[in-house]
Structures are given as structure tokens and as C-alpha cells.
Design a protein around this ligand. Structure first.
Ligand code: G3P
Length: 218
């Protein structure tokens, strides 16, 4: 399973990259705003900075909600850097734009997916990635992981190439459960990646090894 980090924070991206396990980055307008990145040019420059840190795909989201606007914006974003993937919302014009970009060989990430039917549409439109938001479903007492499993089954039934990018990951158990289901990618905050390192028996075991080494070499 590929690990993407879901942030526009350059320090967090650099930390995950330094760990050696990062495969890409996802962002959205809310994450950009959280870092205080506003205005078209600043946002574009920020995408380039992110691409300079990581080696994998970097999702850049369009703001337009009509086909023409999405195409114009998406083409400009894709031209910024070869690592950019155009992120489109799952609405009718987003699906049309996904098909347009897919026919042109431009990679896409269809976002704001909350049902298996929406994921099926994105795959038929040739999406590179589909982003089901599992945390936001969990937030409203709906089983987000079940949606990932449904999409996995549907894509496997028909051999769709679209990669399932489990998004709105909130914690390490989401990561582990997505890996069990067979999600192609997960995207979450830095804590969902670094949290996987933690086990008290590792810390206790390491402390004991070091203590015994000191005893044997003193
Ligand atoms: O990738 C989607 C993500 O940014 C949404 O996450 O935590 O705001 O639901 P969250």
C-alpha cells in the first residue's frame, strides 16, 4: 500500500519523506488555508515546493465547479510539474473533466467520494485515483471501512485500473484496516504514519539491549 501524506505543511512532508516511506502528497483548499497559503500564485508556488520535497504524485485540487473552469485550471496545475495529479470533485462536471483529462493522459484524483456508486463512476471516467473519505463517514456513524471494501470488490470484479486512495484517514488503525482490505493508497496526517512506529515492547526491549551492552562493555 502506498503512503501519501494529507497536508500542505512542508515540515510534516519533509519529515515523512525523510523516514523513507512516503509515496506522495494530497492537499485540498482547506489544508492550504490551514497553512496560510492563499492566492492563486502562492498556491501554485506551494505545489512546486511540495513537488521538490517528495518524489511521488502530488494532488492539486481545482476550485472551479464547471467543466470549462476545471479543464482550464487542471491544465494549468498539470503544467506546473510532472508530479502533479489534478484533483476533481465528484460532481457531474468533475466526472466529465476526469474523462477529458484521462483521454489526454493527465492523471486525476476524484475526491469527495462517499458511496460505491460514485467510485464506480470515477473509475468508468478513467480516474487514476478515487478518494473515499472514510473518517468523515465514521464521523456520522457510517462504516467508512465498509465503503473501502465495497469499492475494492467492484474494482476487482471488473479489473478497473483506478487506484483506491483511502482519504480522511484519522489514525493508525484506519491505516492498518485499509491495508487489510487492500486499499492501493492511504492518505493521512503525519501522526497516522509515525504512530505506526510505536510499541512499548520495542522501547523496553531496546532499553534492555543497550543496558546489557553497557554492562558487557564496561
Ligand atoms: O484527503 C481528504 C482529507 O483531507 C479530509 O480529511 O480529516 O478533513 O476529513 P478530514
Amino acid at each position: 500500500m502506498k503512503f501519501f501524506i494529507d497536508t500542505a505543511n512542508l515540515d510534516d512532508i519533509a519529515e515523512a519523506q525523510a523516514l523513507g516511506v512516503l509515496d506522495g502528497v494530497t492537499t485540498n483548499p482547506s489544508l492550504m488555508a490551514k497553512e496560510g497559503i492563499t492566492g492563486e500564485e502562492n498556491i501554485k508556488n506551494h505545489y512546486i515546493k511540495i513537488c521538490d520535497i517528495v518524489e511521488g504524485d502530488v494532488s492539486a485540487e481545482v476550485i472551479s465547479t464547471n467543466f470549462e473552469g476545471m479543464v482550464k485550471e487542471g491544465e494549468a496545475l498539470a503544467a506546473l510539474h510532472p508530479q502533479i495529479v489534478v484533483k476533481l470533485p465528484l460532481i457531474a462536471d468533475g466526472i466529465k473533466a476526469c474523462k477529458y483529462f484521462s483521454d489526454k493522459g493527465i492523471r486525476t484524483n476524484v475526491t469527495l467520494v462517499f458511496s460505491a456508486g460514485q467510485a464506480l463512476l470515477a473509475a468508468k471516467a478513467g480516474a487514476t485515483y478515487v478518494s473515499p473519505f472514510l473518517g468523515r463517514l465514521d464521523d456520522i456513524s457510517t462504516d467508512g471501512l465498509n465503503l473501502i471494501a465495497e469499492i475494492r470488490q467492484i474494482y476487482d470484479n471488473y479489473g478497473f485500473d483506478t487506484q483506491i486512495l483511502a482519504a480522511s484517514i484519522r489514525h493508525t488503525m484506519h491505516v492498518i484496516d485499509c491495508a487489510k482490505i487492500g486499499s492501493d493508497v492511504m492518505t493521512g496526517p503525519l501522526s497516522s504514519i509515525t504512530g505506526l512506529l510505536k510499541h512499548p515492547l520495542t522501547d523496553i526491549g531496546l532499553a534492555k539491549f543497550l543496558e546489557d551492552y553497557k554492562k558487557g562493555n564496561s
